[in-house]
Design a protein around this ligand. Structure first.
Ligand SMILES: *[C@@H]1O[C@H](CO)[C@@H](O)[C@H](O)[C@H]1NC(C)=O
Ligand SMILES: *[C@@H]1O[C@H](CO)[C@@H](O)[C@H](O)[C@H]1NC(C)=O
Ligand SMILES: *[C@@H]1O[C@H](CO)[C@@H](O)[C@H](O)[C@H]1NC(C)=O
Ligand SMILES: *[C@@H]1O[C@H](CO)[C@@H](O)[C@H](O)[C@H]1NC(C)=O
Ligand SMILES: *[C@@H]1O[C@H](CO)[C@@H](O)[C@H](O)[C@H]1NC(C)=O
Length: 354
């Protein structure tokens, strides 16, 4: 422990002497969604959401954090992943979307986050639209006012009809081990992210078969977005929107953030947003037994029973206590509307066969 304190004092001296490093600033944009505007009968507009985070790195704090983590768990931590947790959100900064017919500006909130929704016309969407196997989306460029910082973002269109798979990430498609804090830290901050066997194959299959869109709903903070995106790309999971939390040091301590259940509300709201903003689109919800997905998905099912086609929950086959828990939680849901799996090949190729 002593050498960490020496290190902190060393950093303190460097900082207070004004010997400043070139702290990098950047803008992360999370892939978001657009829905048709149903607020007025005559409207042909789309309601578009824009989510991101504008931050400045603090390399020294990252180094301290790395040392502390490496003392706690004797592993090499990836400094790039830690950096985003020790970075400072840039508050109340003007950011603008540059490539639409009108420049659309907003300000970051007190955490440096961008959370904006705005409308654009059907005509303009039609001009920007790109359709390929990875979905129907528009790209936009957002920049920080008066700075040379710009990022390309994606918006996935979620029309009234069609099929969307809403999937959790940790322990559903990615091996995380959320029931143990040591494993969670290791699988989050060390090594390269590993996929649950066969999940990418079945997701790609469903995407093609149902012309489906995907949305990734996770309790992980958006500070991990770049690394989760690398994982999704590398493993060739279908691309789609991301719905994540945000970590701040004021809320909570680091480990309890990863272990807490306070994402229930934010996950429920995100799923509700999809259902509430689409008239006939049908949904398949995929999660795991290790956290609260079954409870969240059951309550959504009870609210929209005709639009939740299926719920899939990942659990170990030998987990009989878990099976009993699920039977209780899904007590009011028809047997054919939910199922469990351990790996991708346990999942049915045809969702609609009873
Ligand atoms: C947007 O601007 C382009 C180029 O200036 C123009 O061709 C197009 O008609 C405009 N679209 C809308 C919906 O205003
Ligand atoms: C697939 O869905 C997109 C909208 O997400 C739609 O534009 C396209 O026409 C659909 N393709 C087929 C073959 O149904
Ligand atoms: C679709 O996304 C994958 C990454 O998940 C990428 O490798 C591939 O090039 C994309 N395909 C198209 C047509 O953009
Ligand atoms: C969304 O929720 C509002 C208010 O609860 C409701 O009036 C509206 O009908 C809902 N829209 C859809 C498409 O379910
Ligand atoms: C249950 O199965 C999992 C994975 O399939 C395995 O890791 C675990 O050890 C098994 N537990 C028991 C009690 O057999």
């Amino acid at each position: 422990m002593v050498d960490i304190f020496v290190y902190i004092i060393f950093i303190f001296i460097i900082k207070t002497n004004g010997f400043l490093f070139d702290d990098k600033e950047d803008l992360i944009l999370l892939p978001s969604v657009a829905f048709r505007d149903h607020s007025k009968i005559s409207s042909t507009n789309w309601i578009v959401s824009n989510q991101g985070w504008y931050y400045e790195e603090d390399p020294l704090q990252a180094k301290v954090m790395e040392k502390i983590l490496e003392k706690t768990i004797e592993k090499d931590f990836d400094i790039n992943r830690i950096k985003l947790f020790t970075a400072d959100g840039q508050e109340n900064k003007k950011v603008c979307i540059d490539n639409f017919n009108q420049s659309i500006c907003t300000h970051t909130d007190h955490e440096g986050r961008i959370k904006n929704t705005f409308q654009i016309s059907k005509n303009e969407i039609d001009q920007l639209i790109q359709s390929d196997i990875n979905g129907t989306k528009i790209l936009y460029q957002q920049s920080v006012f008066n700075k040379n910082i710009r990022t390309i973002g994606e918006i996935y269109l979620c029309d009234d009809n069609g099929i969307t798979f809403i999937s959790d990430i940790d322990d559903t498609i990615k091996v995380t081990g959320v029931t143990s804090s040591t494993e969670t830290l290791m699988n989050t901050f060390t090594g390269s992210y590993k996929s649950v066997l066969g999940m990418s194959d079945i997701y790609q299959y469903w995407q093609k078969k149902y012309n489906a869109t995907f949305a990734y709903l996770t309790a992980s903070p958006d500070q991990l977005y770049p690394f989760l995106r690398e994982f999704i790309n590398r493993e060739k999971f279908p691309l789609g929107s991301f719905h994540m939390r945000h970590f701040t040091w004021f809320d909570t301590n680091f480990i309890s953030f990863f272990m807490s259940n306070n994402y229930i509300e934010s996950k429920t709201e995100a799923i509700d947003m999809f259902l509430n903003n689409t008239l006939n689109r049908r949904f398949i919800l995929i999660g795991d037994i290790f956290q609260k997905d079954p409870d969240i998905y059951a309550s959504i099912y009870m609210k929209y029973p005709n639009r939740i086609e299926k719920i899939f929950i990942r659990k170990y086959k030998n987990d009989t206590i878990g099976q009993q828990r699920l039977e209780q939680i899904f007590n009011n849901i028809p047997q054919e509307n939910w199922a469990t799996f351990e790996i991708g090949s346990d999942l049915p190729k045809d969702i609609f066969l009873v």
